[in-house]
Design a protein around this ligand. Sequence first.
Ligand code: ACO
Length: 337
Amino acid sequence: MYNSKIIGLGHYVPDNVVTNDDLSKLMDTSDEWIQERTGIKERRHVDPKGDDTTTSMGVKAAKVAIERAKIDKDDIDFIVFATLSPDYYFPGPGVLVQRDLGLKTVGAIDVRNQCSGFVYGLSVADQYIKSGMYKNVLVIGSEVHSKGLDMTTRGRGVSVIFGDGAGAAIVSREEDNSKGILSTHLHSQGQFAEELALLAPGMGGRWVNDILAENNPDDTSYMPVMNGQLVFKNAVVRFSEVIMEGLTKNELTPEDIDMLVPHQANLRISQFIQKKFGLSNDQVYNNIMKYGNTTAASIPIALTEAWENGKVNKGDLVVLAAFGSGFTWGSVIMRWS
Ligand code: ACO
């Protein structure tokens, strides 16, 4: 049995910066409210007339990760793409990456686990590598949220939180079992499926003829909904649980953590976890202030920045943790190598 490890990271965000003041021109909100509740100062939105898509941003992030991994793109054996905002209903973005990066006809899988998507994706990559089936797996998390948000006061409870962006990692074989990804831990609780969701029925849920016949301008099923307080309360509990689950599995304690990269859902959630585990500001990487919540892209963007800033080094115990729609949650415990 091998372990797996991350050997290359990259990210891409659109140039277009949208500040809280910009949003307050579109809806009844304020910089003060948004910063106080979430910590967010600004986020990136794709140019509505530009070329950025969930796939193209993922491809840009992947190119950086491949270059940094110092591998040839033909060495990639498998693609895992996590997103809740795919370019097409089907096929998913994994195959578009295979085409747009000009990869061999390797397998591609799409992960639909929202904010936990990248953690789930890493787990998939880890297992394929551990089993010996693949050597190099490309894992991408990418989202275009801005095109699907209700930018009026009606949607303010959701739309101020989310931003666009992409991150990617090359996960590769690690021969030393004490290094790389030590374990991953995944959970779901569908009881809360509708509490944080976009409830537009899938093709299996509603006849397209009925939708066309209704032609209802008040149909809000194409906009995300969120029971923010319920999500918050569950998030702080599940983040803590799943981090402890991972540490315990590896006979480690919170004191062993060198760097925690939590999914960037809300700065207040990250601060709660930081306090609970007794970590310093240098031991938790946050960038929600700049990008908002980029769902499946949030952990790979944050991990890339942490690595670029020299905050993740060989031998460090790095912990990733996520919670989001589903509800789903998970953690990854890594010894950086
Ligand atoms: N600007 C101004 N006022 C607002 C805004 C806004 N953008 N949004 C809501 N309000 C108002 C509400 O209407 C409400 O007004 P009322 O008291 O008159 O009814 C008041 O502010 C309080 O609203 P709450 O929703 O109770 O605010 P809360 O303190 O819970 O903060 C927030 C909302 C930031 C969304 C918080 O609940 C949160 O972060 N929840 C967790 C989000 C999360 O972790 N998501 C998971 C990942 S996402 C994914 O998986 C896709």
